[in-house]
Write a protein that binds this ligand. Structure first.
Ligand code: GLC
Length: 560
């Protein structure tokens, strides 16, 4: 490939078809997830903040993403990395101010980039003013009706109302001083709202409008399948409630394992949860263009269309690609299944390889083959990670990119116990078995004390090898992961977004598909494979031309 050809393609940023500026901009958006406390620290306290984001706005433009999704930045006591929200309509003072948020929205919009914020509607934190009021009031009070309070079992109510388990370990019930118990399906600092109460609906509609009116373009809806609950006595045993739950099984679950008919589990994916989203959808449609939403819905694929339909949230995450092992068949199945499900919903598919809850994908793909040195293992993991990313960016639908993924960051696996922040760190059998390793602050440059993250040591320890992954080291290196993402995202803008995916057989161990004028090929095998003669647009290993090495992806064809 000649250098001129390369840059002629990547410098163009217009798109041939589609409606990027219009109603359905999210359908094929590349969305970058910012985990605010670990993105960039502008105030020298070791914690990421809005000042840091404002100083790094160019990163999003250089990368070429269409939208930025901010994980929670609301006031929080940090019992769950910010997903324990004290106040849904404010900014944590350690992160910044509403004025800075407005500046971020303005700055991103001026760059043609949309803004998505995280909404956490299943629970508040136990510091939320409404929960505090509920605890301070008495049994049967209107304040308690906003949450799930109940008397306990046993002679003196000393036993929890049921054997339900928190997804973060231990009982899902905690007792308050007057003897009642409240439900929390996550930590005890995250009481579940009672969505059967109209005031909860009003509270969230206020919140959605608050951010909508401030100019955000959409929402990521946290554990979207859990809001509606059937709390009729007797509460069924946990073994039945939890049977076959996708969230407890890394995304995979089959209806066959479930003890309840689809839509009638007491706490997961109840049919009535859609009434909530139908109301939200009417609210979203009041905006021009309508607000977008993506459901974090851990449901079997057959149920996903309900969340992704135009009458509901519009789009839903699938975590199938993320759950797929490094195998051609696993990737192919995840892709087929989700393109089918998205078409059924009239939506577009979402693709996720990494996020703030799971081990980063280059580390997940490290081979387990015996006798390999740790360095070699890591190298192969990174090669596969880059190949998977390139494949993902060629797929129809939207690609969600987690901060640091564009640097090829591996997981930090050796965070000392004394530095752990995640409440689930070290607990067996919980839904996400430790997440700190994917939340370590980003390395921006080689300088100390925190690789350019900020002027103070970072709030989670960064390992010395972060220096090799620093953005500044990668910026001008055409072989770097950062350069690959930048080129891929620019080329993506030239693709025909309506072009369907057509599988092409290029032999065992090779996953190849055509989309319009582009042929994407990934080599999952252990041997180099011969490529059909065609111009190279981009490869995850720049030495690939006539043959494709193992653990590599390439895009062939023309885009103009
Ligand atoms: C979602 C979030 C996760 C959080 C949980 C509870 O799964 O992604 O980080 O702990 O919800 O809010």
């Amino acid at each position: 490939m000649s250098g001129t050809e390369w840059f002629a393609v990547v410098d163009s940023s217009t798109r041939s078809t589609g409606d990027r500026g219009g109603r359905r901009w999210w359908r094929d958006a590349a969305v970058y997830q910012v985990y605010p406390r670990s993105f960039a620290d502008g105030t020298a306290d070791g914690v990421g903040d809005f000042a840091g984001v404002l100083a790094r706005l160019e990163h999003f433009t250089e990368l070429g993403v269409d939208a930025v999704w901010f994980s929670p930045f609301y006031p929080s006591s940090l019992h769950d990395g910010g997903y324990d929200v004290d106040d849904f309509r404010a900014v944590d003072p350690r992160i910044g101010t509403l004025e800075q948020f407005d500046e971020i929205v303005k700055g991103l919009h001026a760059r043609g980039i949309r803004v998505i914020v995280d909404i956490v509607p299943n629970h508040s934190s136990d510091e939320h003013v409404l929960f505090q009021a509920a605890v301070a009031s008495s049994t049967g009070s209107p304040e308690r009706a906003l949450y799930h309070f109940r008397p306990g079992l046993g002679e003196n109510g000393e036993l929890p109302p049921s054997d339900w388990q928190s997804l973060f370990g231990g009982s899902a019930w905690t007792r308050v001083p007057d003897g009642e118990w409240y439900l929390h399906l996550f930590s005890r600092h995250q009481p579940d709202w009672n969505w059967a109460h109209p005031a909860v609906h009003e509270e969230f509609e206020r919140t959605l409008r608050f951010w909508g009116d401030r100019g955000v373009d959409g929402f990521r809806v946290d554990v979207a399948m859990m809001l509606a609950k059937d709390m009729t006595d007797p509460l069924p045993p946990w073994a039945q409630v939890s049977a076959g739950l996708p969230m407890l099984q890394g995304g995979a679950a089959t209806a066959a394992e479930a003890a309840f008919e689809p839509g009638s589990n007491p706490i997961f994916d109840r049919d009535e949860v859609q009434d909530i989203y139908a109301a939200w959808r009417s609210l979203f449609e009041e905006y021009d263009p309508p607000l977008a939403a993506v459901a974090e819905a851990w449901v079997p694929p057959a149920r996903r269309a309900r969340y992704a339909s135009a009458q509901s949230l519009g789009q839903a995450f699938n975590f199938d690609l993320m759950a797929a092992a490094w195998r051609k068949e696993a990737f192919r199945e995840a892709i087929d299944q989700n393109l089918g499900a998205a078409a059924e919903a009239g939506s577009s598919s979402t693709w996720v390889l990494s996020n703030h809850d799971i081990v980063r994908h280059p580390t997940r793909y490290e081979p387990e083959t015996e006798g390999l040195s740790p360095t070699r293992r890591r190298r192969i993991g990174l090669e596969r990670g880059r190949a998977a990313s390139l494949l993902m960016m060629a797929l129809p639908g939207s690609a969600y990119i987690y901060q640091g993924e564009e640097l090829g960051l591996p997981e930090v696996l050796d965070i000392p116990e004394s530095a752990a922040q995640d409440p689930v760190a070290g607990i067996e059998g919980v839904v996400f078995p430790t997440r700190d390793g994917s939340r370590v602050p980003l390395p921006w440059d080689r300088s100390h004390p925190s690789f350019g993250f900020g002027a103070a040591p970072a709030h989670l320890p960064q390992p010395p090898w972060f220096t090799d992954f620093a953005a500044s080291v990668q910026r001008d290196d055409p072989r770097s992961t950062l350069s690959m993402y930048r080129r891929a995202l620019r080329l993506r803008r030239l693709m025909d977004i309506d072009a369907p995916l057509e599988w092409t057989d290029l032999g065992a161990g090779v996953l190849a598909f055509r989309r319009g004028t582009v042929l994407s090929v990934t080599n999952f095998s252990e041997q180099p494979v011969e490529l059909p003669p065609a111009p190279v647009l981009l490869a995850s290993d720049l030495s690939a031309t006539a043959t494709l090495p193992p653990n590599t992806s390439i895009w062939l064809g023309r885009l103009d």
